[in-house]
Write a protein that binds this ligand. Structure first.
Ligand code: HEC
Ligand code: HEC
Ligand code: HEC
Ligand code: HEC
Ligand code: HEC
Ligand code: HEC
Ligand code: HEC
Ligand code: HEC
Ligand code: HEC
Ligand code: HEC
Ligand code: HEC
Ligand code: HEC
Length: 291
């Protein structure tokens, strides 16, 4: 090859290179060839403001069940969803990240029932209705862990109630039944004035105590004879309530001197120490006749 030919070929190569480069550059500049297959004019005004966070009502539009739960039975959990759900709409079945994104009780509650109880969701099944705790095995086995004294009383003071399970009476957690739903005619059908619980504590119903104003008629429903004697007595004792004398607890019998400190001269009483030798019946003392 001559030098001239070599020069010619070189020039040609450079020319080709420049041409190729130019074509490439023109493509990168977008000249002629479109970058999308459709034409949509840009609308930046649509993005002028940042969207406000979703309101609770808006969450509720898509999650009506959750919303209704909180509305009706959410109790003190009726605050903004996002106070609990810091992360949401990011569950991915591929990542299996449900537990990771769901709120944790422990981020807001310490250990409200003590160290022994940590499996919150086994009783508080639905965080959107936190107080609805079903009477299921987990709860039934745990009553005395949280309520020490009812169990203690039922064991320490045996009665027929001690033979009943807690849930026989407490059919729903927190529900307190009425005595007369089971005892339709207590006291052998006699008159009962006043609250049952003013005399009976339900977890130790045989340990009967009452105030000095307990109704005499109620005593009379079982002690009919004494009641009749007392009621018909002309004595001032007929104005003294049964429970004022028989106070402290059922069956207590008072000393006359609790109320009559020194009714007679000392010499007199040392000869006749028993008041009832002369006054006969506390429910109808015939003081005037003894005279
Ligand atoms: C006190 C905290 C708390 C509040 C307030 C709360 N959530 Fe939840 N939410 C949870 C927890 C905890 C779970 C996980 C339950 C589970 O894993 O089964 C959950 C689960 C969910 C789920 C998925 C399971 C289901 O029940 O459908 C949805 C959806 C949901 N919440 C929506 C909401 C919405 C909407 C609001 C407000 C209207 C809200 N949450 C308020 C704690 C809360
Ligand atoms: C436009 C409808 C819509 C709105 C509004 C909406 N969600 Fe959802 N959300 C869904 C759908 C759909 C799912 C997935 C299916 C399902 O679990 O119901 C979902 C799932 C969830 C879940 C469970 C799965 C996950 O990835 O977290 C939570 C928690 C949740 N939403 C909370 C909320 C909260 C809180 C709000 C309000 C701040 C809200 N959502 C607003 C439609 C919506
Ligand atoms: C974002 C914080 C937060 C999370 C998470 C949370 N709670 Fe609460 N919870 C509260 C607050 C606040 C109260 C009200 C406390 C008060 O009024 O003293 C409350 C009250 C409660 C109550 C009483 C409700 C009432 O109406 O009296 C229960 C039960 C409860 N939470 C259980 C749970 C359980 C179970 C979880 C987990 C599934 C949970 N909470 C998760 C904040 C939270
Ligand atoms: C064995 C069942 C059980 C477990 C487990 C359990 N709770 Fe409770 N919790 C209850 C019951 C029952 C109540 C009383 C509800 C009511 O007031 O009717 C309650 C009440 C509460 C209250 C309200 C307390 C108050 O004085 O008003 C909070 C808060 C609470 N639980 C949080 C939790 C948290 C957090 C966990 C897990 C660490 C948890 N619970 C585990 C049964 C349980
Ligand atoms: C995890 C703890 C926990 C367990 C387990 C539990 N309770 Fe409760 N219970 C509570 C709390 C908290 C309250 C509400 C606060 C209060 O009044 O003491 C409550 C309230 C009650 C009340 C109403 C109290 C009142 O004075 O009005 C009754 C009745 C009751 N519980 C019975 C039961 C019975 C029966 C069981 C077993 C089936 C049980 N509880 C299991 C924590 C518990
Ligand atoms: C769910 C039913 C139920 C409820 C509610 C109930 N009891 Fe009873 N109670 C019984 C049964 C059953 C017996 C045993 C009756 C029998 O053997 O004749 C009993 C026995 C008694 C006894 C006798 C105890 C003994 O050992 O001799 C007294 C007193 C009593 N109940 C008082 C009450 C009072 C007061 C209330 C309310 C505070 C009440 N009960 C609520 C079912 C109930
Ligand atoms: C014979 C029915 C009966 C049985 C059995 C019974 N309760 Fe009760 N309980 C009641 C009634 C009725 C009240 C309401 C008493 C009142 O108003 O003074 C009550 C009150 C309560 C209260 C609230 C007041 C308090 O004394 O603290 C708790 C908590 C409770 N019961 C727990 C229990 C537990 C736990 C058991 C089982 C170990 C149990 N009860 C067994 C009938 C019963
Ligand atoms: C003034 C106190 C007082 C009041 C109020 C009272 N009781 Fe009694 N109750 C007693 C006494 C005292 C006994 C006898 C206990 C004994 O046999 O040692 C008794 C016994 C009982 C008995 C077991 C014997 C029987 O008759 O079946 C039941 C059940 C009973 N009461 C239920 C009730 C109920 C239900 C109420 C409310 C409607 C109530 N009591 C109100 C004092 C009272
Ligand atoms: C439901 C039936 C019933 C009612 C109501 C009742 N009692 Fe009794 N009471 C008895 C029985 C049965 C005995 C005997 C068994 C015993 O000692 O527990 C008794 C014993 C007594 C005794 C002791 C007698 C002795 O010999 O030691 C006195 C005092 C007494 N009751 C007073 C009262 C008073 C006061 C009231 C009302 C506040 C009352 N009772 C209500 C059934 C009742
Ligand atoms: C002023 C005090 C006083 C009053 C009021 C009173 N008691 Fe008594 N009661 C006594 C004394 C004291 C005895 C013991 C008598 C004895 O030792 O023989 C007694 C004995 C009893 C006994 C056992 C012996 C018997 O007579 O059966 C019963 C039951 C009784 N009282 C019931 C009642 C009832 C019911 C009432 C009301 C209707 C009542 N008491 C009012 C002081 C009183
Ligand atoms: C709980 C207190 C109490 C007890 C216990 C008590 N009494 Fe009385 N007694 C009274 C009162 C109050 C009167 C009326 C006083 C007045 O009005 O001056 C009274 C009056 C009397 C009278 C006069 C009756 C009349 O109608 O004039 C005699 C007698 C008497 N008591 C004897 C006794 C004897 C005996 C005992 C023991 C068996 C006894 N008392 C126990 C409170 C009591
Ligand atoms: C030997 C018989 C006798 C004995 C024992 C006796 N009393 Fe009397 N008591 C009488 C007589 C009689 C009267 C009526 C005299 C009068 O009105 O002063 C009377 C009157 C009373 C009165 C009424 C006083 C008034 O002002 O109306 C009281 C109260 C009384 N006695 C309490 C007692 C007490 C308490 C005892 C036991 C510590 C007792 N008596 C023992 C015979 C007795």
């Amino acid at each position: 090859m001559t030098t001239r030919n070599v020069l010619k070929t070189g020039l040609l190569a450079v020319a080709l290179l420049v041409a190729a480069l130019a074509t490439t550059l023109s493509v990168y500049a977008g000249e002629g060839r479109p970058i999308a297959t459709v034409t949509i004019p840009p609308a930046p005004e649509l993005f002028a403001s940042t969207p406000p966070p979703l309101t609770v009502t808006q969450c509720g539009q898509c999650h009506p069940g959750v919303f209704a739960g909180l509305k009706d039975e959410g109790g003190r959990h009726r605050f903004d969803c996002q106070k609990c759900h810091a992360t949401f709409h990011s569950f991915s079945p591929k990542k299996m990240n449900w537990d990771g994104i769901m709120p944790k009780c422990s981020s807001c509650h310490a250990e409200p029932h003590g160290k022994g109880i940590t499996d919150c969701a086994s009783c508080h099944v639905n965080p959107h209705t936190p107080k609805k705790v079903a009477m299921e095995t987990r709860l039934l086995n745990a009553c005395p862990q949280c309520h020490v004294s009812p169990k203690e009383q039922l064991v320490k003071f045996p009665s027929k109630h001690s033979q009943l399970a807690c849930q026989t009476c407490h059919t729903i957690h927190g529900y307190k039944p009425n005595c007369i739903s089971c005892h339709t005619k207590p006291h052998h059908g006699g008159e009962v004035v006043g609250l049952c619980t003013s005399c009976h504590q339900v977890h130790k119903p045989r340990q009967i105590t009452y105030g000095k104003d307990a109704s005499a008629a109620t005593c009379g429903s079982c002690h009919g004879k004494v009641y009749a004697t007392w009621q018909n007595s002309p004595s001032k004792h007929a104005k003294v309530n049964c429970a004022a004398c028989h106070h402290l607890k059922h069956g207590y019998v008072p000393q006359c001197t609790e109320c009559h400190a020194a009714p007679h001269k000392k010499e007199f009483l040392s000869r006749y120490p028993r008041c009832l030798t002369c006054h006969l019946d506390p429910h109808n003392p015939p003081a005037k006749q003894v005279k």
